[in-house]
Every structure is written in C-alpha cells, then in structure tokens.
Design a protein around this ligand. Structure first.
Ligand code: ACO
Length: 454
C-alpha cells in the first residue's frame, strides 16, 4: 500500500524487473494517491512480444481515476475522498451526484443551480410513451430499460457529439434526470396503469416514488421517511469504481459511442445476477429459506463444490471485509420496517441469522466472504413497496451517475484509447478448408449431445 503518496507516474528508482524467456525487462511502477501501486505493462508486448493474462481483471488497473476509492481489506469506500458513511448520513443523492461529476461538494449556489437543471430535464419526449407500447406487458423492466435508455440517442441527437463539452453537459443532465422517469414508466407499464408525469417541486427520490406509486384518481403523499431512505439507498449505489457495469460503460465509450448508448450498455451488464441482479436473487433466496431452521441446509449447499448454489448477497471481488454499504443498508432496512412494515419481519430475522452463522463458518472466514450491499437491500426495497423485478432497476437509477462520471472522466482523459484487450489463443492451429463432399456424413458428438433449441 502506498497510502498518502501524492505523485503519479513512475519514480526514478521505482522499477519492477521481469524476466521473459532470456530477456530481463525493467517496468515502471506507478503510484496512485492511495491503494496498491501498479506495474506499467503498456509497452510489454512491444518490448518482449508477450501479453499479460488476467481473466476477470483481478490484478489489472484498466485506467487512472480520481472518482472513487475502495480499500477492500479495510472495508473502506470513499467518493472523491469522502467516506460513504458521512455522505449517507449527512448528504443527499443530488449533492453526491454533483460530487461524483465535478470532484467537490457543491456550494449553496452550485447546488441550487444543479438541482434546478436536473429537475427541468425530468420529462421525456412524449413520443417515448408510444415507444413503450411496443413492449409486452410482462417484459422484465431491465429489458425495457436497456432498450429505452439506448433509444434516448434517437430522441436527443443534439447531445450526442462527445467532442463538444456543452453537449456532454446537456447529456449528463438529461441522463441523470430522465432515467428515473423511464424506470417509473417501465413499472407503470407492467401494471397497466397510466404514466405519471414528473413533478419539479419534489426532490429526486420523492419524485421517483410518486411517479411509481401515484395514480391520477387520487392525491399521493410521499412519506418523507421512506423518501429519505430511498435517497440514502441511491447514495450507497452511486458509484463503485471499475466494477463490471462501469467498465462496460468505459469500454463502450472508448470507441466514441454516444453517452446514451454507453449507459444502456452499463444497464445490460448490471442486470446479471453476479452484479446488480443479486439484490433480486438475495431476496428470492431469503424467501426460499423462509425460516431460520433451514439456514444450515443452505449454508451446506453454498459450501458444496458440486452444487452451483451460492449465498446471494454474499462475497465481493474487492471487499474481503464487511462491505461498508451493507452496514448502512441494514440500518436503513430497520428504519423502513419500523415505519411501514414489521420491525420483526421474519425475512430480516432469517437474514440476520444467516449472516451470523456464515460469519462463524470456516468456509466463509477463509475466503473473506461477508454480506455485500445486496444482502439487506432486497428486504428494504420490498418494504418500500417495490416488486422484486424493480430492484435492479433502482440500482441502475442510482448507478447512472457513476457511469456518467466515469464516461466523462474517460472522454476528458488525453491518454484515452479504444479499449481492446488481447487473448491467449488456445484454438486450432492453421489448417486448410475441407470441401463439404469430403467431410463425410453423420452428426459429430458435439451436435449429438446438444439440446435442440427449437
Ligand atoms: N457463496 C458461496 N461461496 C462463494 C460465494 C458465495 N456467495 N462467493 C464466493 N464464493 C467462493 C467461491 O466458490 C470460491 O471458492 P473456492 O476458492 O473454493 O473456489 C471463492 O469464494 C472465491 O470466489 P470467486 O467466484 O473466485 O470470487 P469473485 O471475486 O470472482 O466473485 C462475486 C465475486 C461474483 C460477487 C461472488 O462472491 C458471488 O457470486 N457472490 C454472490 C452474488 C452476489 O452477491 N453478487 C453481488 C456483488 S456486489 C454488487 O454487484 C453490488
């Protein structure tokens, strides 16, 4: 660890030595301001004709970034240097957005202006509602989100030129403002209820709740305790450095694709159960377990190498200690259940007991497996009134600002290059084309054992 260092780039005496075949190479060691140093392998292929091999990027820093820092051993998460605990306690989501985008907490005037600009962009082009009507009513809202967020580039051509700083600012505001509107529309569409227009006098979370839960036939009063809980949930999910969906956004953006298309790619990646889909999967798992008596059976399954089952909401690529967001999420769950549900909700009890038992188990201790943010978020979101298939959508709303902040950072980086990894090829070596008449008849084993997809 090189905590506290302020220099970036290689120091004169800071070299890593690498022997490849018969050659010895000197590689620069780069220092960040916090976190592990990085060996600079950018010229390795040119110098030695070899690649590095790192499936899943477990030891690869894919870029330089000033936005978010995680120390997975200590369970620390900082946005622009500020601890997540302080932001979730004292801050709100919109100022967190400003912080992630611009590097500092806003002054009062900056805050007021930013809020005004976001709330004045919350409506979507009216024709988008016709676009919605092409979907099946039972479509998963994440499927709809991938499509409609990508489609924004078809409605807002005037903010797709990535080389124009003004258009980048407009796209930033449009995306952050409109994603909740689209998410609420996806929900309303699944219910067969009319879309509810945004209201500019409400804060970000309250406006979203109203667009989801209000109906035109009666007044809807947003419960401020629940709105504050949702706002804090948004803060917790706002960014998480180079996670899978953010890296996807960066990779898509590295080709020069427009920001709406890039954010749609992030939403697609987030949907997977190993990433944002885990909150939905964690709640389903807790419901399946049902009672504390069945917990040992599920722990045994999670430990069984022959069973693909994993404890959902447990484990993390970076955190090998308690995910700091999971602690805050547990508190929010209690507050929300005290307000609208049962503070002794049996599922909360199952979750607590499962956590307790897993954390005492050698299997989980050895591997550094702790609850992650998704472990308690499903219980909380359900108590807030959202159905399970909206959980990942809520995550997407919150993470949108992180994706946009990283996309902006990448576009502004003079070192920007198209992302283009290489591979360790293990396929057939050079061979000549065989004409059909010489290939014989019959089915190969691979075809024979395949299930017919029709
Ligand atoms: N339950 C049981 N065993 C687990 C779990 C789990 N949830 N997570 C990891 N392990 C085990 C693995 O089987 C492996 O064991 P082994 O060394 O005996 O083979 C070891 O721990 C390391 O696991 P990896 O899969 O190599 O860890 P990786 O960093 O690739 O995966 C991940 C991280 C995907 C999050 C994983 O822990 C997981 O699948 N968790 C459940 C899904 C989940 O909660 N995802 C949410 C992540 S947070 C987020 O996206 C907001």
């Amino acid at each position: 660890m090189s905590e506290g260092k302020t220099d970036t780039g290689a120091g004169k005496d800071d070299k890593a030595l690498l022997r490849v075949h018969d050659r010895e190479l000197e590689l620069n060691v780069l220092h960040g301001t916090m976190g592990p140093d990085a060996v600079d392998v950018r010229n390795l292929y040119r110098q030695a004709g070899v690649f590095t091999f790192d499936v899943g990027f477990t030891s690869t820093a894919s870029c330089e970034s000033k936005i978010t820092f995680i120390d997975g051993e200590k369970g620390m998460l900082l946005y622009r240097g500020y601890p997540i605990e302080q932001l979730a306690r004292y801050g709100d989501y919109l100022e967190t957005c400003y912080l992630l985008l611009y590097g500092d907490l806003p002054t009062q005037d900056e805050r007021a202006r930013f809020e005004h600009e976001i709330t004045r962009h919350t409506m979507v082009h009216e024709q988008i509602s016709s676009f919605f009507r092409g979907f099946r009513r039972d479509a998963h809202p994440m499927a709809i989100m991938v499509a409609v967020v990508g489609a924004l580039s078809a409605f807002y051509h005037d903010s797709t030129d990535i080389n124009d700083p003004y258009q980048r600012e407009v796209a930033t505001r449009r995306i952050i403002a409109k994603v909740p509107t689209l998410a609420a529309m996806a929900y309303k569409y699944s219910l067969g209820q009319p879309f509810i227009y945004p209201r500019n006098d409400l804060d970000y979370a309250s406006n979203f709740m109203r667009m989801c839960f209000a109906v035109p036939t009666e007044d809807y009063h947003v419960n401020p305790i629940l709105a504050r809980a949702l706002d804090r949930i948004f803060i917790l999910h706002a960014d998480h450095e180079q996670n899978a969906s953010t890296s996807t956004v960066r990779l898509a953006g590295s080709s020069g694709a427009n920001p709406f298309a890039c954010i749609a790619s992030g939403i697609a990646c987030l949907w997977g159960p190993a990433h944002g889909g885990a909150n939905e999967a964690a709640l389903k798992m807790l419901m399946e377990i049902g009672t504390p008596e069945r917990i040992p059976e599920y722990i045994a399954r999670a430990k069984d190498r022959n069973d693909p089952f994993r404890l959902m909401g447990f484990g993390h690529r970076v955190y090998k200690n308690y995910d700091p967001r999971a602690r805050i999420m547990q508190q929010i769950a209690q507050e929300v259940l005290a307000e609208v549900g049962d503070p002794n909700d049996p599922l909360l009890e199952v979750a607590r007991r499962l956590e307790e038992m897993a954390l005492k188990d050698e299997y989980f201790i050895e591997r550094g497996l702790y609850p992650n943010i998704d472990f308690y978020s499903g219980i909380t979101l359900r108590a807030l009134g959202f159905p399970t298939d909206m959980f990942t959508v809520l995550f997407a709303i919150a993470r949108t600002v992180g994706w946009v902040a990283h996309w902006r950072e990448m576009i502004a980086d003079p070192q920007r290059k198209i992302g283009r990894p290489r591979q360790l090829y293990t396929g057939p070596t050079l061979r000549d084309y065989v004409p059909m008449t010489e290939r014989g008849t019959g089915l190969s084993d691979a075809v024979h054992h395949r299930n017919d997809p029709c």
